[in-house]
Design a protein around this ligand. Structure first.
Ligand SMILES: *[C@@H]1O[C@H](CO)[C@@H](O)[C@H](O)[C@H]1NC(C)=O
Length: 372
């Protein structure tokens, strides 16, 4: 009887322990890091390092919205919990003390590589994480919501060499929010209201001017946007598509409607969320696929593209979540065996169709097969 009681008590304690773990939810806590390096605008650096952190961990930089904070994004986004599962580190930058908690995506400083703006401070947080946590420099990701999504686009433009891939929830094209007077953290109504429209070539030069002389690759990016967004109007998704299509040499076109993904090429996907306002809820599981933590649609490694694609756009409309709307294959044909993450098949693919061991050529959709 006593043994039974002890066993029962142990079981109850186990259940309570697990239950409290679920309530607390996380294996570790959010910590502020001061003195992470040059911090020209006095942004905050907060880090979530799970107890289950891997050796040479990947890092996700998760950037909050206007009115938010590192703490709010820590509790209000899935990345800390996903970090417990996958063993990566999350950096939550916190915007500098200003009248709003928006990020500066309008000044010349922030829109320039090593220009001394907010983007520079965030890049230095990454450098700190690589040296202090021995993070894997080839697996640094960036994501954010609203103002954080604008900053994500800006960071891809100003620090393309840092990122393995990016995802942005309800932002605008890098440089769209620019202030004509150079003001820091300025609101740009014409951009917000979707009245700014530029060609792919114009946007590409906006991006390239943020890091003059850079000739390396730009990272793959996913852009989410709601069709009913009245804060950052839905046309901003079109401008983001044109911007990165210009960089990758893809054919831009309107994204399909529905909660559907339009694939412009391996490096650019746009997800238009039908009827969703500002902002699109974070799709943590989709981010884990895109960032390659789980199988099923990982971004390819950044690779140099050769310019505007000569294939004609093949945009079709789809309301299915499984059928991609379009793709143009611009990856140069390769010979031999494709490496891990490389494309290995799909409509129009003329490169290698077998993968180096131990990877398998996996059809992600009719247009894109990848070595996974
Ligand atoms: C808003 O941004 C556009 C570029 O996207 C720029 O042409 C315009 O001058 C900006 N407006 C203000 C008031 O700075």
């Amino acid at each position: 009887m006593a043994r039974f009681a002890r066993t029962l008590l142990a079981s109850i304690c186990t259940v309570l322990f697990l239950w409290s773990g679920i309530v607390a939810g996380l294996t570790s806590t959010l910590q502020q890091v001061t003195n992470f390096g040059s911090n020209p605008t006095n942004a905050g650096m907060f880090v979530y390092k799970p107890t289950t952190v891997k050796t040479n961990p990947a890092v996700i930089v998760a950037i909050h919205y206007c009115g938010g904070s590192a703490q709010a994004y820590f509790t209000g986004s899935p990345y800390a919990s996903l970090a417990d599962t996958f063993g990566f580190i999350v950096i939550y930058p916190s915007s500098p003390p200003r009248s709003t908690t928006c990020w500066d995506v309008s000044s010349k400083a922030t829109l320039t590589h090593n220009g001394g703006g907010d983007s520079n401070g965030i890049a230095n947080m990454v450098a700190y994480a690589i040296s202090t946590y021995k993070a894997d420099a080839s697996r640094i990701f960036v994501t954010g919501t609203s103002s954080g999504a604008m900053m994500t686009n800006v960071l891809v433009a100003t620090y393309p060499e840092l990122w393995r891939a990016a995802s942005a929830y309800s932002g605008v094209a890098a440089g769209c929010f620019v202030s004509s007077s150079g003001a820091v953290d300025a609101w740009n109504s014409s951009c917000a209201q979707g009245q700014v429209s530029q060609t792919s070539a114009q946007w590409a030069s906006v991006v390239r001017n943020m890091f003059p002389g850079y000739t390396g690759p730009y990272p793959p990016i996913q852009e989410y946007h709601g069709t009913a967004d009245t804060t950052l109007f839905p046309n901003n998704l079109n401008e983001e598509i044109k911007e990165w299509s210009g960089i990758f040499g893809y054919n831009a076109g309107a994204p399909t409607q529905g909660y559907t993904k339009s694939i412009y090429g391996p490096n650019l996907q746009a997800i238009s969320a039908q009827g969703v306002g500002h902002t699109v809820p974070i799709q943590g599981n989709e981010d884990m696929k895109w960032f390659g933590f789980v199988a099923g649609g990982a971004a390819p490694p950044p690779s140099t593209t050769t310019g505007i694609s000569t294939t004609s756009p093949s945009m079709t409309t789809s309301t299915s979540t499984s059928a991609p709307a379009t793709t143009t294959t611009t990856t140069p044909p390769s010979t031999g065996e494709a490496a891990h993450w490389d494309q290995c098949g799909g409509t129009g693919w003329t490169g290698a169709t077998s993968c180096v061991a131990p990877f398998t050529c996996t059809a992600l959709n009719p247009f894109f097969f990848q070595c996974l």
